[in-house]
Design a protein around this ligand. Structure first.
Ligand SMILES: Nc1ncnc2c1ncn2[C@@H]1O[C@H](COP(=O)(O)OP(=O)(O)OP(=O)(O)O)[C@@H](O)[C@H]1O
Length: 210
C-alpha cells in the first residue's frame, strides 16, 4: 500500500536552494534511509512531508489511510510536566490514547512511566526516547525519525533496531534520516541527499508486503 508520494519537490530559504527535484515513494513495509551531511536538507524534507513547512514547488501526497508520527529535531514537550503527562496530553489531541501501549513503550526504553520527574530534567538520550515513543504510540503507519540514535545508550539502540523491524513486519513504514551511511538499522532502501538532490543508492532487505 502506497503511504507517501513525493514528486519533484524543491525548497528554498530566501536565495538558498536546499532541495531540488526530490522525488520519493514509500510503501507499507519499507524502512527508508536518507543519509546526508549536516545542512544537506534532511530535516527540511521530513518537515515538508510532516506538513510542518510548505515546499517551494512540487507536491507530496499521503495515502488515504496514512497516519504520520514524527520525531524531527528537538520535539517540544511541556517542560514542567512528567513524561506520562506529556504523552497522555499528546495522545489526547488525536483522541488516540492507549495508556498500556504508552507505558509499555516507556518501559521498553527504560523510562519510568510513573516518575513525577519533570521533562526539563531529562538528558538528551531520555528526550530522544520520549520523542521516539510519541512518534509510534498512536499506531501511526508512516514514521519519520530524524537522527533517532542521538544520545541513545546501547540497550536503547537495540530497542530501536527491534522496534523498527517490528514496524516493518506490521506493514508500517519508517523513514530515517541520519548523517551516518551505516547504522545498525536494517533498511529496505538507501538514499543519499547531497547538493539538494536525493539519489537512491541501493536496496536493502526486501520490504514485507502488507
Ligand atoms: N527555517 C529556516 N530558515 C532558513 N534556513 C533554513 C531554515 N531551516 C533550514 N535552513 C537551512 O537549510 C539547510 C538545510 O537544513 P536542514 O536542517 O534541513 O539540514 P539537515 O540535513 O537536517 O542538517 P543536520 O544534519 O545538521 O541536522 C541549512 O543550510 C539550514 O541552514
Amino acid at each position: 500500500m502506497r503511504l507517501l508520494t513525493v514528486a519533484q519537490i524543491a525548497k528554498s530559504f530566501g536565495a538558498q536552494q536546499v532541495l531540488q527535484d526530490v522525488s520519493l515513494t514509500v510503501d507499507s513495509g519499507e524502512v527508508v534511509h536518507i543519509a546526508g551531511g549536516n545542512g544537506s536538507g534532511k530535516s527540511t524534507l521530513l518537515k515538508i512531508v510532516a506538513g510542518i513547512i510548505p515546499a517551494t514547488s512540487g507536491t507530496f501526497q499521503l495515502g488515504e489511510n496514512t497516519h504520520i508520527g514524527a520525531l524531527i529535531e528537538n520535539p517540544g514537550f511541556l517542560e514542567g510536566e512528567s513524561l506520562k503527562t506529556n504523552l497522555t496530553f499528546l495522545a489526547a489531541i488525536n483522541h488516540h490514547s492507549d495508556p498500556a501501549v504508552m507505558a509499555g513503550l516507556a518501559q521498553r526504553f527504560g523510562l519510568d512511566w510513573h516518575s513525577r520527574q519533570s521533562m526539563k530534567k531529562y538528558s538528551i538520550g531520555m528526550r530522544e526516547k520520549a520523542g521516539i515513543i510519541q512518534a509510534v504510540m498512536e499506531d501511526q503507519n508512516l514514521i519519520l525519525l530524524d537522527e533517532p540514535t542521538r544520545g541513545l545508550d546501547e540497550a536503547a539502540l537495540t530497542q530501536l533496531v527491534n522496534l523498527v523491524a517490528e514496524l516493518r513486519t506490521a506493514g508500517k513504514a519508517v523513514i530515517i534520516a541520519s548523517h551516518d551511511r551505516y547504522t545498525p538499522i536494517t533498511y529496505t532502501a538507501n538514499y543519499q541527499l547531497e547538493g539538494g538532490r536525493l539519489t537512491r543508492q541501493s536496496d536493502g532487505v526486501p520490504s514485507i508486503p502488507s
